[in-house]
Write a new protein. Structure first.
Length: 378
């Protein structure tokens, strides 16, 4: 009997980002199920749910690495959780496969980054927005590293564009009292709003902006859009009905992508979950991370991280996000950019796209010359 390939899955399915965690876990489970059905390989997953407790992430990683013998962990949603577990992954010489968009300025040899960094989401988002809406945004964010860093970069981008940030405010995770921020926005009248809030804070904010737009047409999405880099299909049902319609989000995947690879992927998902199952970017990215991990291990003939990394760097891997390559200098995947507009059916219409953009996590400019122009869909 073959030795089982052990994979740790570390996602919180409750708390302020529970919708994302549940969809990520579902994507990981689907990848494991699909691979096991198609190949004569034994994959033994070990699941740990920290229930949004930051300290529990560390205990979960410890159990997966030490007690269960996993050398590879797919997981964590927030940057705070990722940074919490990285030292332990380093200590055990494992690999963390991280698949959420994040704020950049990190490249760790013990992390494979399948989620986008700012050169792959925030920069092309601003390149699209500023010519169309102007360079006078208002910035809101969750009061931790994601919000801080994304808004810091936004300030630099706006300054470089000769614009002005009209306001910047933060909320704790799960805080839903957004009235003072929305009143300030109404007074300052920005050209667009960058939303780096998370979970319930973001949902409450979108509902309040919808109410503001109902009172004042200047704040309707076509005039002053709310734009995000971390809002996903699995969350749209948590937003008050109609509150998100027309607002924008940048992502490396949307369910509505009309590509042969995505249509085939959706058929396989529908065969298990039913035709009404909408696929979020976090589902697709977790699925892709597991497939990359398993296929690289099997191709390398070993789960030893250094051997797996070498195999990972040498191959273009087919995923629902398109063919992915991983940069040996940064451990980041090159990812496509898509801009989605929330529609009335709790999905996204893709309005602009770019093919895979090489990651530049420290914004050195190393990938600028290889970034093509937008293809505007509608």
């Amino acid at each position: 009997m073959k030795n089982a390939l052990k994979i740790g899955i570390l996602y919180s399915t409750t708390g302020p980002y529970g919708s994302m965690g549940r969809d990520a876990r579902a994507g990981a489970e689907f990848a494991i199920r699909e691979f096991s059905d198609l190949h004569d390989e034994i994959i033994e997953p070990f699941f740990f749910d920290p229930h949004a407790d930051l300290g529990a992430y560390l205990e979960g990683a410890r159990q997966l690495l030490r007690d269960h013998g996993c050398r590879h962990i797919v997981g964590t949603i927030t940057s705070a959780a990722r940074k919490e577990v990285i030292p332990l992954v380093e200590k055990h010489d494992g690999l963390l496969w991280y698949m959420c968009p994040y704020e950049g300025f990190e490249a760790n040899e013990n992390v494979i980054y399948v989620g986008g960094c700012p050169s792959q989401h925030l920069l092309p988002l601003f390149e699209h927005l500023i010519p169309r809406h102007g360079a006078r945004p208002y910035l809101v964010g969750a009061n931790y590293v994601w919000g801080w860093e994304m808004n810091r970069l936004a300030r630099e981008l706006i300054a470089n564009a000769g614009g002005e940030v009209l306001g910047e405010r933060y909320l704790p995770l799960e805080e839903t009292a957004v009235e003072r921020i929305v009143a300030d926005i109404a007074q300052r009248r920005p050209s667009f709003i960058l939303n780096n809030l998370i979970g319930p804070s973001s949902y409450a904010f979108l509902a309040a902006i919808k109410a503001l737009g109902d009172r004042d047409p200047a704040f309707r999405p076509g005039n002053c859009p709310v734009v995000s880099c971390d809002l996903m299909e699995c969350e749209l049902g948590d937003i008050a009905e109609g509150a998100g319609a027309g607002q924008l989000c940048a992502a490396s995947y949307f369910d509505s992508l009309d590509t042969a690879d995505n249509l085939a992927f959706k058929e396989r998902v529908a065969a298990v979950y039913g035709s009404n199952r909408r696929i979020s970017s976090v589902f697709a990215s977790a699925y892709s991370a597991v497939r990359l991990c398993v296929e690289a291990i099997l191709s390398a003939g070993s789960d030893e991280p250094q051997t797996v990394r070498r195999k990972l760097y040498s191959t273009a891997w087919q995923t629902p996000l398109g063919p992915l390559t991983v940069d040996p200098e940064t451990n980041h995947a090159a990812l496509p950019f898509h801009l989605g507009r929330i529609n009335g059916d709790n999905g996204f219409d893709v309005i602009a796209s770019r093919p895979a953009i090489p990651a530049d996590p420290y914004l050195t400019g190393r990938s600028v010359r290889s970034v093509p122009k937008f293809r505007v869909v509608s």
